[in-house]
Design a protein around this ligand. Structure first.
Ligand code: HEM
Length: 424
């Protein structure tokens, strides 16, 4: 089916498009005229052996697909709609070992085990350490700003990059705290995680091979950690996942791939929510003033709705079915556009307004419900709260400098690579 309201060749997973912007006007047209739309893709360019996928853009339809895993599988293909050609087949095979790409009952077994690490108590247990980290990150950024402003031989413009100075570190520290990575190993873990994220970006000198090697090293490290805990159990989460008696355990390789998933799913997502959140505050100064004065508990969820760091994920139809008036055939890929659902006027009043007091806020930034709903949601919300509280305390007068934020080139992430700011 064609959509006359869209430019020829439009595909919301095109990395060159997402590097420029999230296509919100096009999503609005799709929601109105073709909410379940067949998006053609050239065979061989995406990593899948087919000619396209169904783009699902309405909130209700994204929820429906997410909550019907028996109709829409996560295991038949991967969660990602587009790989960049070449190595896709191998990537897809390796990705099957990651829970995001599993169906029940296999997924249910793994999820029940790893959930032990994400109970409200476990997440609350990280709060003190992460609050302290957030404070140090903001203080350090303030010192950088002061140096850049000239007091310490700086450049004189007071400018620094919010992404590298503020947004990057807390998500990595949170994952390291969660799995109990010793301090002396953290830099290595951070280095592998960053290489894995960057390898797809032509602006970095990091190649595919370096990215793949970093992934293998991270998996190897996690397997080593799990083998050590099996031999010598401790009172930590690794022990609970791999060596707890009688509750079902992850094998060392399963644990390795779980840590790999955390390094991607919990890292760049939260980093981008923080960077976009700051940009939103700085372009909506009345919201920043409101935040500083009242620190509303609703702010983090609105930041995730606004940013929607994961623009899309996909499922594959297990049998012939119907969705939004379209006939979907078994084997068809179905793309879930969370970024579109989060601006659906059927659900959100004034969806294009950034409103940190929005309540209720049934956004789909963490997924559309169902078995794969983001495992790290409470941790992510806590991190976002902690970092913005610290920024409000230590960098209250932050302002934008320089050009518009430099965006990430990616098929499914709404990312910011650089956000120049300054503090007087
Ligand atoms: C799954 C978004 C932070 C761990 C997901 C999904 C989305 C998502 C959209 C897929 C949901 C689905 O398919 O239905 C986000 C966003 C984050 C964030 C926007 C930050 C703002 C985190 C953090 C962690 C994490 C901090 C852990 C440290 C996971 C895991 C899954 C997942 C393990 C797979 C769950 C499964 O397959 O059962 N996330 N996430 N995420 N997320 Fe997050």
């Amino acid at each position: 089916m064609t959509c006359p309201a869209l430019p020829e060749g439009f595909d919301a997973t095109d990395p060159d498009l997402l590097r420029e912007r999230v296509p919100l006007p096009e999503f609005a047209r799709l929601r109105q005229t073709a909410p379940v739309w067949w998006c053609p893709q050239e065979r061989g360019t995406t990593g899948f052996d087919d000619d396209g996928y169904w783009a699902v853009t309405r909130h209700a339809d994204v929820r429906y697909v997410s909550t019907h895993p028996e109709l829409f599988s996560s295991a038949t293909n991967t969660a990602i709609i587009r790989f960049n050609g070449g190595i896709a087949r191998e990537q897809i095979d390796a990705q099957r070992l990651i829970m995001l790409n599993m169906d029940p009952p296999e997924h249910t077994r793994v999820r029940q085990i790893v959930q032990r690490g994400f109970t409200p108590r476990a997440v609350r247990g990280l709060e003190g350490a992460l609050r302290e980290r957030a404070r140090r990150i903001a203080e350090q950024a303030r010192a950088t700003a002061a140096a850049a402003a000239g007091g310490d031989g700086g450049s004189g413009d007071g400018g620094f990059d919010f992404v590298t100075q503020v947004a990057c570190e807390l998500p990595l520290q949170a994952i390291a705290e969660l799995i109990g990575v010793p301090q002396e190993d953290r830099l290595r873990i951070f280095d592998w995680s960053n290489k894995m994220i960057a390898y797809d970006d032509p602006e970095y000198a990091i190649t595919e091979a370096v990215g793949a090697e970093a992934a293998m090293e991270l998996i190897g490290y996690a397997m080593h950690l799990s083998a050590a805990r099996k031999e010598c159990p401790a009172k930590d989460i690794v022990t609970q996942l791999v060596a707890a008696e009688g509750q079902g355990n992850l094998g060392s390789d399963e644990f390795g791939f779980f840590v790999l998933l955390l390094a991607v799913a919990g890292n760049e997502t939260t980093r981008n929510a923080i960077s976009h959140g700051m940009h939103a505050f700085l372009t909506h100064p009345e919201q920043w003033e409101l935040y500083k004065a009242t620190r509303p508990a609703t702010a983090a969820e609105e930041i995730v709705r606004w940013a929607t760091p994961v623009v899309s994920f996909q499922r594959t139809a297990t049998r012939d079915t119907e969705l939004g008036g379209q006939k979907i055939r078994a084997g068809d890929r179905v793309g879930l556009f969370y970024a579109s659902a989060n601006h659906d006027p059927e659900v959100f009043t004034d969806p294009d307004a950034f409103d940190i007091t929005r309540d209720p806020n049934p956004h789909l930034g963490f997924g559309g419900g169902g078995p794969h709903f983001c495992l790290g949601k409470s941790l992510a919300v806590m991190e976002i709260d902690l970092i913005f509280n610290a920024v409000a305390d230590h960098l209250p007068d932050l302002r934008l400098t320089g050009p518009a934020p430099r965006r990430l080139r990616a098929a499914w992430l709404n990312g910011i690579k650089e956000l120049r700011v300054s503090h007087p």
